[in-house]
Design a protein around this ligand. Structure first.
Ligand code: NAP
Length: 260
């Protein structure tokens, strides 16, 4: 097999199944929409949630209605032991992992950098950076052809904040997503010869529960397209990046931000 062939994700099998994809933070928002978009695209879907078991069950049911297998696991990405259990449970129920959507993430209350304390920064970085790195590493250990895996793809969910900086609101969040962008580039180069592509999306202002009340009303018309995006619009980009339609893309991050 040549190096180029090693980067190619296998086509669907005879049942139309692309394999198993895992979405962290798949109970709500962009993660939930991605789980359903992946199921519609032929993936069996594992998803994690932190507290919202009922929402996760609804997403599982939506994936199953599309004819795919789905399974939800409670797992906090800030807890390394949870991450290992998550991967083990999902692969035990759905089979070998071929795609990870590294999506779980949080923001903190809006504020200026001069107001941040260490506890705020440690919480945010533990979930958005340490969590994202550990989740990506767990996926590589299972998918790498160098350790007996079948290869696959990692889609990291970043944010346009990584480029814009989020002054006066969430500079810590923006910095955490800049770290995710660096993870995408560096890890892509590390594992390109091991059958794994690593790509990212940078959503702009998207209608989900992550925003403080009133924020979407205040900023929603500021993107050049004149409106906030939907979770489904980000999920479409994620499903594309996870598929073999994006087989020559690695180490790159796609903006899904209405031009902002
Ligand atoms: P959301 O609606 O608040 O959903 C967050 C999801 O992550 C939920 O499924 C939640 O689980 C899960 N989660 C939160 N903390 C977790 C933890 N410690 N461990 C495991 N799971 C955890 O957020 P969203 O807007 O869909 O955001 C998803 C991703 O997109 C995040 O990485 C975010 O930074 C990024 N993003 C969002 C926007 C936007 O405008 N919405 C823009 C750019 C980037 P529970 O349901 O159990 O709480």
């Amino acid at each position: 097999m040549t190096a180029t062939q090693g980067l190619t994700i296998e086509q669907r099998d005879s049942t139309g199944n692309r394999g198993t994809a895992l979405v962290t933070g798949g109970s709500r928002g962009i993660g939930a929409a991605s789980a359903v978009a992946l199921a519609a695209d032929g993936w069996d879907v594992g998803l994690s949630y932190r507290t919202e078991a009922d929402q996760a069950a609804r997403v599982v049911a939506a994936c199953e209605k599309l004819g795919r297998k789905a399974y939800a696991v409670q797992a906090d990405v800030a807890e390394p032991a949870d991450i290992e259990c998550l991967f083990d449970e999902v692969t035990a129920h759905l089979g070998p992992l071929r795609a990870l959507i590294n999506n779980a993430g949080v923001i903190s209350p809006a504020g200026r950098v001069a107001e941040y304390d260490a506890a705020r920064l440690e919480r945010l970085l533990r979930i958005n950076v340490t969590g994202a790195f550990l989740v990506a590493g767990a996926a590589v250990r299972r998918m790498s052809t160098a350790s007996g895996g079948e290869g696959g793809v990692i889609v990291n969910v970043s944010s346009r904040a990584a480029v814009l900086g989020s002054a006066g609101e969430y500079v810590d969040y923006a910095a955490s997503k800049a770290a995710v962008d660096a993870l995408t580039i560096g890890l892509a180069n590390e594992v390109a010869k091991e059958g794994i592509r690593v790509v990212g999306v940078r959503p702009g202002l998207i209608e989900t529960d992550i925003h403080e009340p009133g924020r979407l009303d205040r900023l929603g018309s500021t993107p050049p397209l004149g409106r906030p995006g939907t979770a489904d619009e980000v999920a479409e980009a994620i499903a594309f990046l996870a598929s073999d339609r994006a087989s020559y893309m690695t180490g790159t991050t796609l903006d899904v931000s209405g031009g902002r």
